[in-house]
Design a protein around this ligand. Structure first.
Ligand code: CP3
Length: 363
């Protein structure tokens, strides 16, 4: 390697703990970042939100990069995730997205018929979502050594918002649509898949180092329905974007083996699964991310540290574990506890590596 190449590499983040763990390389400690690390639990975020509403914040590439940087700096995490939302592309499709106070997302034009699917607008991602690509470039300009995760909602999770018209508990409308109008549902999934591929490729081109596919609600499906209606689309996305990817869902303990067939570099695991058992089901040729219950952050330090230890013991210093929560940080979480969690993961995982080396030497 000549000196120019070396300095280029040192300036970038290919050798970061996060990207090394995704490549299943041994690391001196477990890398850690947290879903929703930028959010309302932070005082600095609430300050920004006093001046702009949520969607305007997402649309503003300078402010979006700023809150992404703030989270990384305040917590000392090993990766950033670009500040945006999985529902932003649905705005461009004419769904009438808005965030109602206290109610979460609302889509004023839900999909209830095959005709509604036909009426969804196709759009150019650069035109509709170019502001997210600009946020990515802004973050990288400010923190060139921090790996940045780009992301998108997976087709099933996006379809559920489009069909339900917002959040849901049982996903009954979504499933009824899937069973009663399978052709229209398939058409919708293909449309969302094509859009998601273009959107993720745009984020990658802008410089994102890893791409995450949020299929937050896919755990509502049976294995059979997942394999039939969802997996082919997720697989197509992962294949099309190439490079490091994370496929994430919640309540998916019973189908992690199927989810791993989508081919992502890593899988997200939530707290309902035992991490050791989950990793076996996924296969040790993949990286895993997780899996602390976000509610543990509402407890005291002793409980947090004990639960961190448990997860680290379950992963056993095996290369390829990225520490995270099983779902996003809750709004009523104290930032002190979040910082304590990150510090604890760093310290304990490093100490555990030392211990396993010493035991290895004694043997
Ligand atoms: O650091 C980060 O993770 C920030 C980027 C980010 C947000 N949303 C910001 C956000 C990411 C990666 C998401 C993903 C997202 N959005 C998912 C997948 C992950 C998951 O939680 O399952 C989903 C399902 C959404 C949809 C969504 N966005 C809902 C249901 C809500 C309302 C609930 C809530 O927490 O308010 C949002 C709003 C949202 N997205 C907020 C943030 C910081 C809160 C908005 C505010 O500031 O008022």
């Amino acid at each position: 390697m000549n000196s120019d190449q070396k300095s280029g590499r040192e300036q970038g983040c290919e050798d970061s703990l996060f990207l090394r763990a995704l490549r299943l390389e041994a690391t001196e400690r477990t890398p850690v970042w947290l879903m929703r690390q930028a959010g309302r639990y932070q005082e600095s975020y609430r300050k920004v939100r006093e001046k702009v509403d949520f969607l305007s914040l997402c649309h503003n590439s300078q402010l979006a990069a700023q809150v992404t940087v703030q989270a990384v700096d305040e917590l000392g995490v090993d990766a950033g995730i670009i500040f945006a939302d999985i529902l932003l592309p649905l705005e461009c499709m004419g769904s009438g997205l808005r965030f109602a106070k206290g109610d979460g997302p609302v889509l004023d034009n839900p999909i209830r018929s095959a005709g509604d699917v036909e009426r969804l607008q196709e759009f150019d991602v650069e035109e509709g979502l170019g502001y997210v690509f600009q946020s990515v470039r802004n973050f990288i300009a400010e923190r060139p050594t921090v790996p940045l995760i780009g992301f998108a909602g997976a087709p099933f999770t996006l379809a559920s918002y489009l069909i339900e018209g917002g959040s849901s508990r049982h996903f009954d409308k979504t499933k009824a649509f899937m069973y009663c109008q399978p052709e229209a549902f398939e058409k919708l999934m293909v449309l969302l898949t094509n859009m998601t591929i273009a959107y993720l490729q745009g984020q990658k081109q802008a410089g994102a180092h890893c791409l995450m596919l949020f299929d937050s609600w896919v755990g509502a499906l049976s294995r059979h329905d997942f394999a039939r209606h969802v997996l082919p689309h997720s697989r197509r996305i992962v294949k099309a974007v190439s490079g490091p990817t994370i496929y994430f869902g919640t309540s998916c303990g019973g189908m992690l083996d199927l989810m791993s067939e989508a081919g992502s570099t890593a899988l997200g695991v939530d707290w309902r699964s035992d991490m050791a058992a989950a990793w076996s089901a996924i296969g040790h040729d993949r990286a895993v991310m997780g899996n602390l219950d976000p509610c543990v952050l509402l407890a005291g330090r002793e409980e947090i540290a004990a639960q961190v230890d448990l997860i680290l013991q379950q992963t056993g210093a095996r290369p390829g574990h990225i520490f995270n929560l099983g779902h996003g940080i809750l709004q009523n979480t104290s930032q002190e506890n979040v910082r304590f969690l990150v510090d604890t993961v760093k310290e304990r995982s490093q100490a555990l590596r030392g211990e396993s080396r010493t035991i290895g030497m004694k043997r």
